[in-house]
Design a protein around this ligand. Sequence first.
Ligand SMILES: NC(=O)C1=CN([C@@H]2O[C@H](COP(=O)(O)OP(=O)(O)OC[C@H]3O[C@@H](n4cnc5c(N)ncnc54)[C@H](OP(=O)(O)O)[C@@H]3O)[C@@H](O)[C@H]2O)C=CC1
Ligand SMILES: O=C(O)C1=N[C@H](C(=O)O)C[C@H](O)C1
Length: 276
Amino acid sequence: MNAMRLVVVGAAGRMGRTLVALIKETDGVVLHAAVERSGALALGLDAGILAGAGHLGLSVGEDLDAALAGADGIIDFTAPATSVALAARAAEAGLVHVIGTTGCSAEDDAAIARAAGQGARIVKSGNMSLGVNLLAGLVELAARALPAAGFDIEIAEMHHRHKVDAPSGTALLLGHAAAAGRGVDLGDVEVLSRQGHTGARPPGAIGFAALRGGSVIGEHSVIFAADGERLELVHRAEDRSIFARGALRAALWARERPAGLYTMQDVLGLSAPRPG
Ligand SMILES: NC(=O)C1=CN([C@@H]2O[C@H](COP(=O)(O)OP(=O)(O)OC[C@H]3O[C@@H](n4cnc5c(N)ncnc54)[C@H](OP(=O)(O)O)[C@@H]3O)[C@@H](O)[C@H]2O)C=CC1
Ligand SMILES: O=C(O)C1=N[C@H](C(=O)O)C[C@H](O)C1
């Protein structure tokens, strides 16, 4: 089979640059186009040079129609409105669309699901790394084993100062895993932030705390706190290539699948699908 022709949208971003560099050294995929918004400073620059991966002979462009012509898939770590618009384009053209973007609203997710029902092959996850997706299974297991009456679940995350959404997509993914383990809907038990006179912790709540600062790539702790003991399950991302590797694996996997909405749990064969 021919190498999969991938369009990286947001090619000048932190993840976009990581993806361009990894595509260059990954068998089975090729960079078809690198896209940024009109007016972006990166337009016209060589995508490989921008990514620190050497000259590729392919400039960052703003023309999405030209970029998608002849492409097999879109890799998208951008912003919610962009991901929704790209999902519709993927549906029109029957493309693979790997969505790493976090911070999507329920309406955004519904629009993305519609696109998957109309011909797009979408893999969406708040975290594309193998480690976090394995962690989600461990969290579900622990939440099932530890009684809600005694063990309070708190999810703490820290990211770099540039991150624009909170809680992180990963924290929410882990929250869904914990809720699944307890047989409840996260929406019914989540406490997304706390301030002022909050009152005592509601029984069965799943709480979130978000820290922002410096260059932290991504750290997540799921804490099971009981009287007299505390279990903590932790993941620390040390390099953005763990997310990019997962995204490329997802693209190649989805190429062989029918239209639909998939998660990294599906790609990695780890467990039942859950929201990301
Ligand atoms: N699922 C996962 O494993 C991971 C997910 N993420 C998520 O990925 C997203 C991006 O993260 P990060 O790379 O750090 O962010 P950056 O801001 O560094 O990069 C995003 C890039 O996308 C560009 N972009 C946005 N909209 C468009 C558009 N319509 N057309 C072309 N380019 C566009 C931005 O341009 P501009 O600045 O002009 O808007 C920017 O260059 C975030 O939601 C983050 O949470 C990050 C890491 C891993
Ligand atoms: O914005 C980031 O950087 C990251 N975002 C994702 C998230 O919201 O969980 C994944 C990773 O933690 C890095």
